[in-house]
Unconditional design. Structure first.
Length: 349
């Protein structure tokens, strides 16, 4: 009996020690992303088999990512967490906050991501901000996040150029395109930023500085509608992202004197352009008048030749006499070449 009790105690102790060792081993493997890994809420990770894509690991509440990388809401009966379908092993991983990567050569894709961290400077109503450049090596992409996009040298109506800042909320609709649409992985953010900057400049070119100022005061954004309408299709096709909202948060303040100066410069440029246009039109009209006169003269001469060939011949001879030219070797209306002669020699002949 005592032997059995000792054996049972040793079995329990061995099980406890083994469980503890397994627990520590799992923590170490997840920490170094070997066989196991972590995935934060709202993140998706790409698992590679060597250099080839293998599968995704997602941690998005209420969403699932299919084999093609498309993110869509989890419907009734679906499991938005694949660990719920893996029995005891999945239950254990979920309790420990871990995900299964797989045996080597499977690994978590790591890539370089360069972005700007936005920080508001000053209190409520302040128009100042700071952008901190970040250059990091990461292993996941956010399902939904906010990117600060600075738009520089935007020419508004009235010949006014300003800088302003938009906070753009984006959502990933296809993670395969987000990871691999534009290589190397991580360059999606450069494409996103340049696309938004181009669209915002188009909108800025249609509004005045007063409109821009009023939008900021009223917490409105005319940029959102234009960007969503004209840029979402391109973003979805190239990098699998979609613009959800656009917030206009800051702009470069300009004094009234600078506004007046810009308007004066625009008016002067307009007057100069009108002067150049009027001069060009005058020259064109003058050339047209000369051309019409020449055409009329040719028409009269042509009619005269048709009605009275003898008069036309006399006109030709008169033209030769006036130019002190003689035409040898030709007769009638044929002028072969002209040789100038002196009046004295002509008189002797």
């Amino acid at each position: 009996m005592e032997y059995i009790l000792n054996l049972t105690a040793m079995t329990i102790l061995f099980a406890v020690i083994s469980g503890f060792v397994i627990y520590i081993a799992m923590l170490i493997m997840a920490r170094f992303e070997f066989i196991l890994t972590y995935c934060q809420q709202n993140h998706v990770r790409a698992i590679m088999r060597g250099e080839d894509f293998d599968h995704f690991i997602e941690n998005i509440k209420g969403q699932k990512v299919d084999d093609d990388g498309a993110a869509e809401p989890a419907t009734d009966g679906d499991k938005d967490d694949p660990r719920d379908q893996q029995g005891f092993w999945g239950w254990l991983l979920k309790k420990m906050g871990m995900y299964w990567v797989g045996l080597p050569p499977r690994n978590v894709l790591k890539f370089r991501l360069r972005w700007n961290k936005y920080t508001k400077v000053g209190g409520t109503g302040s128009n100042d901000y700071a952008l901190e450049p970040r250059d990091e090596t990461v292993g996941s992409i956010l399902f939904q996040t906010v990117y600060p996009v600075e738009i520089r040298e935007v020419e508004l109506t009235g010949n006014i150029k300003v800088n302003f800042l938009l906070l753009v909320t984006v959502e990933v609709k296809n993670f395969f395109r987000a990871f691999f649409g534009i290589l190397p992985t991580g360059n999606f953010i450069n494409f996103l930023t340049s696309t938004i900057q181009t669209g915002a400049k188009e909108t800025g070119g249609k509004i005045s500085f007063d409109d821009l100022r009023n939008e900021f005061k009223e917490n409105k954004s005319s940029f959102e509608e234009h960007l969503k309408k004209t840029r979402n299709e391109l973003l979805l096709r190239e990098i699998g992202h979609e613009i959800v909202s656009v917030q206009f948060v800051a702009y470069q303040e300009i004094s009234d004197e600078e506004v007046k100066k810009a308007l004066r410069a625009k008016e002067i440029a307009k007057l100069n352009a009108e002067g150049v246009r009027e001069k060009a039109e005058g020259e064109r009209d003058a050339k047209k008048t000369v051309a019409e006169g020449e055409a009329y003269h040719l028409k009269i001469v042509g009619k005269e030749m048709e009605d009275n060939p003898r008069a036309a011949e006399l006109r030709r001879l008169q033209a030769i006499e006036n130019s002190n030219l003689v035409t040898p070797g030709g007769g009638g209306d044929n002028l072969l070449f002209n040789i100038p002669v002196s009046p004295k020699k002509e008189k002797e002949d």
